[in-house]
Write a protein that binds this ligand. Structure first.
Ligand SMILES: NC(=O)C1=CN([C@@H]2O[C@H](COP(=O)(O)OP(=O)(O)OC[C@H]3O[C@@H](n4cnc5c(N)ncnc54)[C@H](OP(=O)(O)O)[C@@H]3O)[C@@H](O)[C@H]2O)C=CC1
Ligand SMILES: CC(=O)C(=O)O
Ligand SMILES: [Mg+2]
Length: 645
């Protein structure tokens, strides 16, 4: 009678005075189980809809205690709906047990995002899985579902509504969500990722419906391993974790930063082909210093100031140890949007014990270096013949600067201390120079070159005369007309990268870059801008965003079973990405390939990263596959529906 594809055990539970027989099953993911399963633990999919639970009571196999259930199911609420578990008749001061029933057939199958196919369930599946009558008669293809969803998405004028529609889809039908995203990546990336995800995080409390990801707060101190075990998936390969302190260029959004790990991991799947069930979004909630959120009645996090020092370090240490204990050595932990006073220390502390990677420092560096390599085809010269000026000397700025210096050093044989001298950075106090050394944070010190103090960016541009200007400040409108004009007065083709996200924080817009440089700028930005018409010519700018690299890098680490991330892997990723920029792209002024090809690009990046892991002796999956590109492609998750028997 039961085709559960896994093991079952019967549990007894007393739920608000009603004794129930529970069947606990671990079932196969390929073929959805076709009969009643009850779950109190973390091993099964859970459906928390009372109505569904009630409906499923009829599927529970009979046993002595199920007879008790029938006997005790006397109470009802108005309208003739049976109050099966006494939940409705319980007064507010009485306790009820939030038990849930999971059945991968009937309604619960339609409610399970991993298995649900909506109208695409065919006749056989509808018969086999008790779906008859639960769906209208029509059977449509997944392609038609995509077409329909895109049409409905395009009807929303407000970006946040699109974001919410996408999140709702992800929670309702995971494969359809990913098919939509993969097939319409250029249109939907700005919805699930920057810029819209930034607004979503700001308003996360107000738009919160279904919890996604794992929230680990100070309240869970001492119990993090237990919390990890609550997550329904066991085979985790990638964790993206934030503590919400530097969300894009929007600052401290506390617990509401959760939108970022969720967004990044949906790109791991859509762009890099990592299975969704292998991805775990985590937000560490240590409080927030954002007064507006602390006073917001809809704020979802701990209402306290951020923990710092030992309290913070201990929670992070417990998290990192618990992750290793629960998922092993080879789970990739991506640190995302931590403030720089923690980010560098966490990376250096855990890079020798865990497979960790900081996307803002390292992923951004790989993507920007790649764009610079490609831009040399437009502006000429070698990397070391250029001079670089950054606005912003934090994670992104110093991370990129260091990788450029490493690459220059590899190319020329000059020591790193020398190649760094071609790179200058400006922070909120002005140009970073030797006389400021004592007061500088450690990650800025390598960039404190000999120079007289310079107070602002414009003066720094005039003093340094860079060929490349990179914005990584999180401060919008800082590449002013004067700054862009100054860059254009020294360079035939100034390279201008406005990396800050979201769009509101971009150092300048694409239109401003082209207009103020009289169409000469080679421009790319962290958040996308549409094509710009200037003097009768259409300019298309690229998106200099770490999303080009982290999915492929992650895939490469996973397929090689890498145990550590190495700078040479970042360089390999940069090269692989730069090689994907075609002459046609360059002719249009693009220094990045279109996102439309991202899965092919990710496979190339993954192959190159994996090859580097093997070369460095950091790979554990042996022997290495013969053709790494083919192997990477073959490992990628496909969102197409599977047939159920
Ligand atoms: N496109 C992409 O892929 C990525 C983009 N980013 C974006 O880059 C931005 C910065 O991120 P990150 O480096 O992590 O942030 P950090 O906080 O680590 O660094 C910000 C830096 O900018 C400086 N700064 C801030 N405001 C000004 C200003 N008005 N004038 C001059 N300098 C200023 C800060 O100065 P001080 O040190 O003196 O405080 C600091 O050095 C964010 O907007 C983020 O979204 C980040 C990662 C990837
Ligand atoms: C893109 C990204 O990681 C950031 O803006 O923080
Ligand atoms: Mg980030």
């Amino acid at each position: 009678m039961f085709s559960l594809g896994g093991s079952c055990s019967y549990l007894n539970s007393s739920v608000y005075g009603v004794s129930k027989s529970l069947v606990q099953c671990t079932h196969s993911r390929v073929s959805p189980p076709s009969m009643a399963v009850v779950s109190l633990g973390s091993n099964n999919r859970q459906v928390d809809e009372t109505a569904v639970s009630k409906q499923n009571a009829s599927h529970i196999p009979s046993s002595s205690s199920s007879t008790a259930v029938e006997k005790d199911l006397k109470s009802s609420v108005c309208g003739g709906v049976e109050d099966v578990y006494g939940e409705d008749s319980a007064t507010e001061d009485q306790y009820i047990t939030p038990w849930t029933v999971t059945v991968a057939s009937g309604y619960p199958l339609l409610r399970d995002p991993h298995y649900n196919k909506g109208l695409a369930f065919n006749g056989k599946e509808r018969d086999a899985h008790f779906l008859r009558g639960l769906l209208p008669p029509v059977v449509i293809s997944q392609d038609l579902q995509v077409k329909k969803m895109m049409r409905s998405m395009r009807q929303y004028q407000v970006p946040l509504q699109r974001y919410m529609a996408m999140m709702e889809l992800q929670e309702r039908n995971e494969r359809l969500f990913y098919k939509l995203l993969i097939e319409n990546v250029e249109e939907l990336l700005p919805v699930v990722y920057t810029p819209t995800v930034g607004e979503a995080c700001q308003k996360y409390g107000s738009i919160f419906r279904q919890p996604q990801g794992l929230f680990i707060s100070l309240k869970e101190k001492g119990r993090i391993l237990e919390v990890l075990k609550n997550w329904p998936e066991k085979k985790i390969q990638v964790i993206v974790v934030t503590d919400g302190e530097r969300i894009l260029g929007l600052g401290d959004l506390g617990c509401q930063g959760m939108g970022i790990p969720i967004g990044k991991l949906s790109l791991y799947t859509a762009l890099g082909g990592i299975r969704p069930s292998a991805c775990l979004p985590v937000t560490i909630d240590v409080g927030t210093n954002n007064e507006q959120l602390l006073n917001d009645e809809f704020y979802i996090g701990l209402r306290r100031k951020r923990a710092t020092g030992q309290e913070y370090a201990e929670l992070m240490e417990e998290f990192m140890s618990a992750v290793k204990q629960n998922y092993g050595e080879k789970v990739l932990i991506q640190f995302e949007d931590f403030a720089n006073h923690n980010a560098f220390d966490l990376l250096s502390k855990y890079s020798s014990t865990h497979l960790v990677f900081n996307d803002d420092i390292q992923g951004t560096a790989a993507v920007v270096l790649s764009g610079l390599m490609a831009s040399l085809n437009l502006v000429g010269g070698t990397l070391s013949e250029h001079t670089f000026l950054f606005l912003g000397a934090g994670e992104a700025g110093t991370g990129i600067a260091e990788l450029i210096a490493i690459e220059m050093s590899k190319q020329t044989g000059a020591p790193l201390e020398e190649t760094r001298k071609k790179i200058w950075l400006v922070d909120s106090k002005g140009l970073i120079v030797r006389s400021r050394m004592e007061s500088l944070q450690h990650f800025k010190r390598p960039w404190a070159h000999e120079h007289e103090p310079v107070k602002n960016l414009l003066d720094a541009v005039k003093a340094i005369r860079p060929t490349v200007l990179i914005g990584s400040s999180g401060a919008g409108q800082t590449f002013t007309e004067e700054v862009v004009q100054a860059m254009s007065s020294y360079n035939k083709k100034p390279v201008i990268l406005a990396l800050s996200n979201p769009t509101s924080q971009s150092e300048c817009t694409a239109e401003e870059a082209y207009k103020w440089s009289e169409g000469r700028a080679v421009f790319a930005s962290g958040s996308p801008f549409g094509p710009v018409e200037y003097n009768g010519k259409v300019y298309v700018s690229g998106q200099a965003n770490n999303a080009y690299v982290f999915p492929g890098l992650g895939l490469g680490l996973i397929i090689s079973g890498a145990i550590r991330v190495h700078d040479d892997m970042l360089l390999a990723a940069s090269e692989a990405l730069a090689e994907q920029v075609s002459q046609e792209n360059l002719d249009r002024g693009l220094i990045y390939p279109p996102f439309a090809n991202i899965r092919k690009i990710s496979a190339q990046i993954a192959a190159r990263v994996a090859a580097k892991a093997y070369e460095l002796g950091l790979a554990t999956r042996l022997p290495p596959p013969e053709n790494l590109v083919e192997y990477a492609e073959s490992c990628m998750y496909s969102p197409n529906y599977r047939n159920y028997h």
